[in-house]
Write a protein that binds this ligand. Structure first.
Ligand code: NAI
Length: 308
């Protein structure tokens, strides 16, 4: 198994580090445009191998795509992250060019790869990759909902003073501060609705905190987060390479599901060796479905920037 991570910055390096520690591949290639950067990150990580006891070989490459040849899974994190006060959407101009160029170069050398798109604005970048590459839709997956759902479970666990691992919760819709939809009605604590344990106002605050979870971290850190995004990317890679059939909210190309067409947005999907394998129908109620449609309008407006 060979995995390439494009972008050796904060998110890409963290993702590669997690992949190596979990020994998800015999080889991980980190590729970055910045001279020597990926090589340096790869060398630093390899020097943890005897300390952490993993056997994955990590190599770095400055923009040499021949090194990525034959990858089974490719994670794309290249592009600018947001700064405090910025939205993910403001990154589109620069990141669209980067993601398209990178994806096309990767495909030339890894024609069978499954693509996991992380660069922002992620739903639009996933749509762009789908349109540019012309691959079957199940091989293009956007990572956003896995992270947002993990943040949702964190905020719920804080409010309920319990372990986040006892909570199930999913965030669907677009991966933006105003477009994501934490599904509070469907969140459970050990199989029972979380509304049994916290009042409606607290639940509303949890949802609001989740939606600006990334912005909160950007304010604290001065740049966007990396531990949880990198771990979320690696968890999805793990589901692919181990054919786990785990369900992650992920941005995938919709053809009528959840009432939407010709758009990539976050919905619960089964992830396994073929990429995303099936969309799960959560049977949203009217209010949730309306929120999903409104979120789709915003994502579609962003997609339209690509052709304007
Ligand atoms: P970063 O700035 O630390 O790393 C980005 C790396 O991409 C840099 O090392 C840069 O040299 C490289 N790069 C730029 N153009 C390239 C090209 N053409 N080819 C190869 N490498 C190139 O940024 P960070 O924090 O790692 O974030 C990366 C992206 O992921 C951003 O767009 C950010 O908004 C997004 N992100 C998405 C999340 C999600 O849930 N989908 C969560 C967190 C970040």
């Amino acid at each position: 198994m060979k995995i390439t991570v494009v972008g050796a910055g904060a998110v890409g390096a963290t993702c590669a580090d997690n992949i190596a520690r979990k020994e998800l591949a015999s080889e991980v290639v980190l590729l970055d445009i910045k001279e020597g950067f990926a090589e340096g990150k790869a060398m630093d990580m390899m020097q943890t191998a005897t300390l952490l006891g993993f056997d994955t070989k990590i190599t770095g490459s400055t923009n040499d795509y021949t090194k990525t040849a034959g990858s089974d899974v490719v994670v794309i994190t290249s592009g600018l992250p947001r700064k405090p006060g910025m939205t993910r959407e403001e990154l589109i101009g620069i990141n669209a060019g980067i993601v398209k160029g990178v994806a096309e170069n990767i495909l030339k050398h890894s024609p069978n790869a499954i693509f996991l798109i992380i660069s922002n604005p992620m739903d639009t970048m996933t749509y762009l990759a789908f349109k540019a590459l012309g691959l079957p839709k199940n091989r293009i997956i956007g990572m956003g909902g896995a992270l947002d759902s993990s943040r949702f479970k964190y905020y719920l666990s804080q409010a309920m003073n319990c372990s986040p691992n006892e909570i199930h919760g999913t965030v669907v819709g677009g991966h933006g501060d105003t477009t994501m939809i934490p599904l509070t009605r469907l969140a459970t604590y050990n199989g029972t609705p979380v509304s049994n344990y916290i009042d409606a106002d607290t639940l509303k605050k949890v949802a609001a905190d989740t939606m600006v979870g990334g912005a909160t971290l950007t304010g604290l850190l001065g740049t966007s987060a990396w531990y949880a995004p990198g771990a979320a990317g690696a968890a999805m890679v793990e589901a692919i390479v181990r054919d786990e059939k785990r369900v992650f909210a992920s941005s995938v190309y919709l053809e009528g599901e959840y009432g939407q067409n010709d758009i990539c947005m976050g919905v619960p999907v089964v992830v396994g060796k073929n990429g995303w394998e099936k969309i799960i129908d959560f049977k949203l109620n009217e209010e949730e479905q309306a929120a999903f449609a409104k979120s789709a309008d915003a994502v579609r407006n962003m997609n339209n920037v690509l052709v304007d």
